[in-house]
Ligand binder design. Structure first.
Ligand code: TYD
Ligand code: MG
Length: 454
């Protein structure tokens, strides 16, 4: 029988019958590559009339104790995991090269092994001696972690089956090599096969498996998207080069809230957890300066205060620059348009730069008002009071919408010594002692109250 060749998209995993320049599934260019079959694939014939076995069905109310979770003791990590490590779960940790994934996971391995979980760390990138050297530097050489340097998936699974650990760390999925798949490590078919084997192994043998995944230039985990669907939890380890802070963010979690973050600091002795991130993100703030506004945000379940910095300057270019770090550039364009259309404050001919201090990435629409405040403060060269936090969503009409969890944001601001807050009217505020609340009803009102006539 003639073998048919199949193709799939390396970004979204969509299957194609022939090569083309653009994937219909996700619209990306040059992502379609030829597949090497993983297995015999789906049967050619339908299931036919042959009977299988019937499955036992249960109802929703069946009593079941939730699986016991293991806490490693590093609060920032346990929270991102959704309250500890769930047995028999598969996790994927992505991040830029050199951001500290191996360091984080070696420290986590040491913690979990000390908490009584049998832990195996398999490195496909470094020799055991290198991992040991790092462990010594981190002061973890006495932790009962078992090391191996191996890339052959069959050997790894055989070892895991014999050793029966509670946790296995695979660093990284792109270096793993399944000998039944006929292509180079790191290729789409290899990554998909390896992730599939490891995930099924985790479920079947009750081993929690953490896989490290490299990311592409665009910041996504390299390899097919389907890998993210296979695993239970996807974490991203992010941070800006040159900053000490590292943020572990849950983008998918079957066992806990997504969007939860854990904040770490890279020190000479590895990663240290930061239990009060607001204090850290605001630590560089001093005297009042134009273009700076403090945003009271929510990351996952926790309020985090962060400074937004804007710079507005006459542009020498015919097309003024709009540069954003840590926020969405489309959203910035929208705020600029609303300020111009609803408040009559033009930004034409001006370069606009916006930066979220500390390397945090904000995704909340509630940051709109704080961004507007920073932009106006920069444009008018007027500093906002240092002890004020700002938050709220701006709609295209220029109306302001209250942000969720207003009360938590205000409490965090008060805890850190802020004395006033600007937030849209509406929304439950509760009573926060010692905090003066200004509640503009729309953007024009906000501009008037904060910057005089604007
Ligand atoms: P690493 O964990 O190897 O990154 P990844 O696995 O994500 O590629 O981290 C490497 C970086 O971390 C390297 O630039 C040095 C730095 N580092 C420290 O600053 N302190 C430390 O204690 C360790 C172990 C690494
Ligand atoms: Mg590494």
């Amino acid at each position: 029988m003639a073998k048919t060749t199949t193709f799939s998209c390396s970004a979204c995993g969509a299957a194609h019958t022939r090569w083309s320049g653009r994937c219909d599934g996700c619209g990306d260019w040059n992502t379609i590559i030829q597949d090497v079959p993983i297995s015999a694939g789906p049967a050619k014939k339908s299931l036919g009339g042959k009977r299988g076995q019937s499955i036992v069905l249960t109802d929703l109310s069946t009593e079941e104790t939730p699986p016991p979770r293991t806490l490693c003791g590093v609060e920032e990590l346990d929270r991102v995991l959704g309250g500890g490590l769930v047995p028999a779960s598969a996790l994927l940790v992505g991040g830029d090269p050199g951001i500290g994934k191996s360091t984080l996971l070696l420290q986590a391995a040491a913690r979990f092994s000390r908490a009584g979980v049998k832990t195996i760390y398999v490195s496909g990138e470094e020799a055991s001696a290198q991992v040991r050297m790092r462990a010594r530097r981190l002061g973890l050489e006495d932790a009962p972690v078992q090391l191996a340097a191996e890339t052959n998936l069959r050997n790894i699974l055989t070892t895991l089956e014999a050793e029966k650990p509670g946790l296995a760390i695979i660093d990284s999925i792109q270096t793993m090599w399944a000998d039944n798949v006929d292509s180079a490590p790191g290729s789409v078919s290899q990554v998909r096969a390896a992730a599939h084997e490891l995930t099924t192994f985790a479920k079947r043998h009750g081993v929690s498996i953490i896989m490290v995944g490299h990311v592409t230039k665009e910041g996504q985990i390299a390899g097919p998207r389907v890998v993210e669907h296979m695993v239970d939890t996807v974490l991203y380890f992010e941070g800006e080069r040159g900053h000490q802070f590292r943020i572990l963010r849950a983008v998918k979690n079957r066992f806990g809230p997504a969007d939860e973050i854990g904040v770490f600091e890279m020190t000479g002795k590895g990663l240290a957890q930061v239990t009060n991130p607001s204090a850290l993100f605001l630590s560089e703030r001093g005297t009042p300066s134009p273009g700076s506004a403090v945003f009271a945000g929510i990351e996952g379940t926790r309020p985090v205060l962060v400074e937004l910095q804007a710079l507005v300057a006459p542009s020498p270019h015919s097309q003024p620059r709009r540069t954003v770090v840590g926020w969405d550039s489309g959203r910035l364009a929208m705020i600029l348009a609303v300020l111009e259309a609803r408040c009559g404050i033009p930004f034409a001919g001006l370069d606009v730069y916006l930066n979220v201090a500390g390397g945090l990435k904000i995704g909340e629409p509630a940051a709109d008002l704080a961004v507007a405040a920073a932009l106006l403060s920069a444009r008018e060269d007027t500093a906002l009071p240092v002890d004020t936090v700002v938050f709220g969503e701006i709609s295209l009409s220029g109306a302001l919408r209250p942000a969720p969890q207003t009360e938590n944001r205000l409490k965090e601001a008060q805890k850190l010594g802020f004395t006033s807050a600007i937030a849209p009217a509406g929304g439950k505020t509760g009573t926060v002692a010692g905090l003066t609340l200004t509640r503009p009803s729309d953007l024009v009102g906000f501009v008037g109250e904060t910057f005089g006539a604007g």
